[in-house]
Design a protein around this ligand. Structure first.
Ligand SMILES: NC(=O)c1ccc[n+]([C@@H]2O[C@H](COP(=O)([O-])OP(=O)(O)OC[C@H]3O[C@@H](n4cnc5c(N)ncnc54)[C@H](O)[C@@H]3O)[C@@H](O)[C@H]2O)c1
Length: 330
């Protein structure tokens, strides 16, 4: 049974949701985060937190040894596609070298399982519904760093006889039903966050980048998956790879696409104000449409998504944004 779990990037958006679920399942949770994009407010009070950069190999190793860590969930990374294009070195250093350092820290320790947050951004453009066997050809620097990190993990795991779970997330959205955590970072360049911020304004304007793509309504299509559903996947996959002593690469999505315009319309529907939807130019490096085939995931674990519904996801984003705004006023 897995017992002591270390989450890198545990003060971030997804990491805090994973911590919340693991703690509910009575696991001992340890968090490492340099707070570069993470927030103290998201740190679970029942977890042990270390303000630390994953590049400090010896310090990370000390934590692993002291607390007999059996499993690592590695989320610490930089993830803004546009920023990655402008600052490739920063992205390679953090996402690739950072992963290498972390792996080195796990060498000859109690670590038996390693879960990694990869991304749909590694897949080649134009394949639409992608399985784990689809062609890999990242368009962005960010995607390139993720596939390089995957390779490092696979090689390390083989040599050092540990199990890995590489989880290729599609687009994460929403906030925890507990109301305690959600996406804070305003610079995340995250569609649902941008819309949530906008919807709080007096005259909301929801911006859509590109409306002349070859899709059903001209906007890009994504497989948006609720953050609590993705957090559940971590718990299930970690238990299973540990129990069976095997490794897996799994797409994490709903096998369902929603267009950006659909999302904007749902925000407009749930807002009592007049909301304008504005169309602007396409952005470079946006994939046109991509959806996860989640057959492999569903075969591997018994996962039933609880929030597979655009209206529920948008509702949870708006509720969280209202809470943030309220806290700012207090
Ligand atoms: N949000 C998405 O839609 C999405 C999609 C696919 C994959 N992912 C992956 O999920 C992971 C988590 O993303 P998120 O959305 O929670 O972002 P986030 O920015 O909220 O979380 C990342 C966390 O890692 C920390 N961090 C970054 N570099 C670090 C370092 N060198 N040492 C220690 N801590 C460091 C940050 O402070 C932050 O708390 C990332 O690896 C990301 O690539 C996210």
């Amino acid at each position: 049974m897995v017992k002591n779990i270390l989450i890198t990037g545990g003060a971030g958006y997804i990491g805090s949701h994973i911590a919340e679920i693991l703690i509910k399942k009575n696991k001992k949770v340890f968090l490492i985060d340099n707070l570069s994009t993470g927030h103290r407010q998201l740190i679970n009070k029942k977890a042990k937190f270390f303000k630390l950069d994953i590049h400090y190999k010896n310090k990370v190793k000390n934590i692993i040894e002291k607390y007999q860590i059996d499993s690592i969930i590695h989320l610490a990374a930089n993830l803004i596609i546009g920023e990655g294009q402008k600052k490739p070195k920063k992205y390679f250093k953090n996402n690739v070298l950072g992963t290498q350092k972390l792996l080195n820290a796990c060498k000859n320790t109690t670590v038996k399982n390693f879960i990694f947050s990869s991304s749909a951004a590694i897949y080649k453009e134009g394949q639409y519904i992608v399985s784990e066997k689809s062609i890999i050809k990242p368009k962005s620097i960010y995607g390139k760093t993720k596939i390089k990190a995957e390779i490092l993990i696979k090689n390390f795991a083989k040599k050092n006889k540990i199990n890995y779970g590489i989880l290729r997330y599609f687009n994460i959205a929403g906030s925890s039903p507990s109301g305690k955590i959600g996406l804070i970072n305003e610079n995340s360049d995250h569609l649902f966050k941008n819309f949530s911020i906008e919807i709080m304004k007096k005259k909301p304007k929801l911006k859509i980048y590109g409306i002349n793509y070859k899709t059903k309504d001209g906007s890009c299509i994504r497989d948006f998956i609720h953050v609590s559903d993705i957090a559940d996947i971590h718990y299930l996959v970690l238990n299973k790879i540990n129990k069976l002593n095997i490794s897996k690469i799994l797409n994490c999505g709903y096998n369902k696409g929603s267009s950006v315009l659909q999302v904007a319309k749902e925000f407009r529907r749930q807002s009592p104000k007049k909301v304008d939807i504005i169309y602007t130019e396409r952005r470079n490096n946006d994939l046109i449409k991509i959806i996860a085939s989640n057959n492999k995931l569903k075969k591997f674990v018994k996962w039933s998504p609880k929030f597979n519904n655009l209206s529920k996801i948008v509702k949870s984003c708006i509720a969280w944004e209202k809470k943030i705004k309220l806290n700012e006023k207090l």
